[in-house]
Ligand binder design. Structure first.
Ligand code: GLA
Length: 440
């Protein structure tokens, strides 16, 4: 009976989601905007200007430095790529100086390396940077142009338009992309231009027409920006959370890890909170010069496996303690879950004591894996344990499904571990076969 209900529910979800089969887990890749903006001065800044070379450089890094294998496959162009004029047939065209090979050849470059190319447009008269937009009568032309070029994703911004143009244009572009027959993932900035909340935003509809959508303002390279965005999403989690799922994601905007504004702890916090949110993971950084510390955070396998959990449920904030510790939780497939303890404090590492039963976990013995240190521990639901959380930092636990107490007699090793009371010590020797193989 349960199974039947679950199957029916997932069948319904499937038919309601945008029907292009794409992005069953949150998309991962690289996006130019936050770090490179509208730098078009290729004479004086050839390494960083918006040009085909920048995207090829990033593609080389993604394919040669271990990113692609982890899932970072999208290389996404943002604003300022196009010529100021459409061509004689009314089609968008790339700036001929900065993209001499054109977008089709850039797409081939990506495909040859097992990567995908994303492009940027705007449902309005102009893009936010003042380049040609897509007017209502140009939707089908532009969708076809992108498909002809072999583009894999479109981010459709919403500058220089209004409520009614957006209400007509965003759904029509979804249809037009599907009609090309090429699978093109569709990122809609629409809700961000309508305040991000119902009744102005219809999340059910967004889930039917877009693979992801920007709900809120642009991220900047600062901790203030990361925190305010994260706080908006968790404050509104009961509104935006339930609509997310395979093929349809809330997008709190790019990862700024590897740039200039975040400390190591803050970088870990952005990664952890974005994974809890089931957010798209688009880095906007310089992969040619990224530090090994930032790379380790972005390439953390346990964290990525949480982000990419196939169930695709967006997590939530469970608690905000008076101490300044927040607790976040995301349910994962196979009865696993992720917990994040995040500190808003400004003084010193805070020793936060809790237990799984206090966090509504059911009875049993749990294995836990701390994703940044690799430490492992075993706790009973009622055992108190302590996590030490740095200022603006996180402790993130992958929690494995409980082993029922009555099975303990059959498992001497676990029985021994079960004696572990008081503060949990995450020791490597506690790891045993209760951890699903293939996880690490
Ligand atoms: C808007 C978007 C950004 C970026 C810029 C480009 O501000 O929200 O993500 O695409 O436009 O001009």
């Amino acid at each position: 009976m349960h199974l039947a209900v679950a199957t029916l529910a997932s069948a319904l979800v499937c038919t309601l989601a945008l029907d292009n089969g794409l992005m069953r887990t949150p998309p991962m890749g690289w996006l130019a905007w936050e770090r490179y903006r509208c730098d078009i001065d290729c004479e004086r800044d050839p390494k960083n200007c918006i040009s085909e070379n920048l995207f090829k450089d990033m593609a080389d890094r993604l394919s040669e430095d271990g990113w692609r294998e982890l899932g970072y496959v999208y290389v996404n162009v943002d604003d300022c790529w196009s010529s100021m004029e459409r061509d004689e047939q009314g089609r968008l065209q790339a700036d001929p100086k900065r993209f001499p090979g054109g977008i089709a050849s850039l797409a081939r470059y990506m495909h040859d390396r097992g990567l995908k190319l994303g492009i940027y447009g705007d449902m309005g008269t102009h893009t936010c940077g003042g380049y040609p937009g897509t007017n209502l009568d140009q939707i089908e032309t532009d969708a076809q142009t992108f498909a002809d070029w072999g583009v894999d994703m479109l981010k459709l911004d919403g500058c220089y338009s209004n409520e009614s143009v957006q209400a007509e244009g965003y759904p029509r572009m979804s249809k037009a992309l599907n009609a090309t027959g090429r699978p093109i993932a569709y990122s809609c900035s629409w809700p961000a231009y309508r305040g991000g909340l119902p009744p102005k935003v219809n999340y059910t509809q967004l889930g039917e027409i877009c693979n992801l959508w920007r709900n809120y303002g642009d991220i900047q390279d600062s901790w203030d920006s990361v925190l305010s965005i994260s706080d908006w999403f968790f404050k509104n989690q009961d509104i935006v959370g339930p609509v997310a799922g395979p093929g349809k994601w809330n997008d709190p905007d790019m990862l700024v890890i590897g740039d200039f504004g975040l400390s190591t702890d803050q970088s870990r916090s952005q990664m952890a909170l974005w994974a809890i949110m089931a957010a798209p993971l688009f880095m906007s950084n310089d992969l040619r010069t990224i530090s090994s510390g930032a790379r380790a955070i972005l390439q953390n396998k346990a964290l990525i496996s949480i982000s990419q959990d196939p169930m695709g449920v967006q997590g939530k904030r469970l608690l905000q303690e008076k101490s300044g510790i927040d607790v976040y939780w995301r349910p994962l497939s196979d009865n696993g879950s992720a917990l994040v303890f995040f500190s808003r404090r400004h003084d010193m590492p805070y020793r936060h004591q809790t237990s799984l039963s206090k966090l509504n976990y059911t009875t049993g013995i749990y294995k836990m894996y701390e994703v940044f240190t690799g430490k492992v521990g075993t706790v009973e639901d009622t055992s108190e344990f302590t996590v030490s959380v740095n200022p603006s930092g996180v402790v993130m636990l992958y929690v494995f499904p409980p082993v029922k107490r009555r099975r303990l007699h059959a498992n001497a090793k676990l029985h021994a571990n079960a004696k572990l009371h008081g503060p949990a010590h995450f020791h490597h020797h506690d790891l045993d076969d209760a951890v699903p193989p293939g996880f690490l």
